[in-house]
Design a protein around this ligand. Structure first.
Ligand code: GLN
Length: 199
């Protein structure tokens, strides 16, 4: 079991610390060679999506990572990571992996006063603490995508196939439930892939 964490910019160390608490090995992904060993899942951390997008391309990570996601590798994306996965970004021509059918709005809560903390219902998990930092929210949930949480009427968590995108930062709140769920998803997918390989 090994989960890759994109570690070119942003809050990757916080995700690594959560995985360590869960006793799950992780690998920080900084260059193409880091993708050579098999991974059971991938975390796209918060940070600055424009910077991450540029670095992904400059480091040659963009295409291989997009293919891995497209072929079903489970992904947990927080904040800037959600922007990287979005099929469309409001008011912006650029897009990145674009593997999730949804539209997001960057800095949707404003740039300066955009940071806040709430507790809100999350699908099948009860109330979850949620910290938002200059966060995006989802303005359109496309076909096949599932809304997992809303705050003040805005969609802040979406699942599409094996991809889970969150506007907020569960890695900052000491609540391990969403990471634990993600790790189970990774285990299930690997087990399923192994069963298929045996057949
Ligand atoms: N505002 C950032 C962006 O647009 C996201 C903020 C975050 O990841 N905490 O990329």
């Amino acid at each position: 079991m090994k989960i890759g964490i994109l570690a070119v910019q942003g809050a990757f160390a916080e995700h690594a610390a959560v995985l360590e608490r869960l006793d799950v090995p992780c690998k920080e992904i900084r260059q193409r060679g880091d993708l050579e060993e098999p991974l059971d899942g991938l975390i796209l951390p918060g940070g600055e999506s424009t910077v991450q997008g540029k670095l992904l391309r400059a480091l040659g990570l963009f295409e291989p990572m997009r293919e891995m996601i497209q072929s079903g590798l489970p992904v947990l994306a927080t904040c800037a990571g959600m922007i990287l996965l979005a099929g469309e970004i409001d008011g912006q021509g650029t897009r990145y992996f674009a593997t999730m059918p949804m539209t997001v709005r960057r800095n949707a809560y404003g740039r300066q006063l955009g940071s806040f903390h709430v507790e809100a219902e999350f699908a099948d998990a009860g109330k979850i603490p949620m910290t938002f930092i200059r966060a995006p929210y989802v303005t359109r949930v496309g076909e096949g995508a599932l809304t997992l949480a809303k705050v003040d009427g805005h969609v802040v968590a979406v699942r599409f196939k094996n991809q889970v995108a969150l506007s907020f930062h569960p890695e900052l709140d000491g609540d391990l439930r969403l990471h634990r769920r993600f790790v189970s998803m990774c285990r299930e997918r690997t087990a399923q892939a192994e069963r298929q390989a045996v057949r």
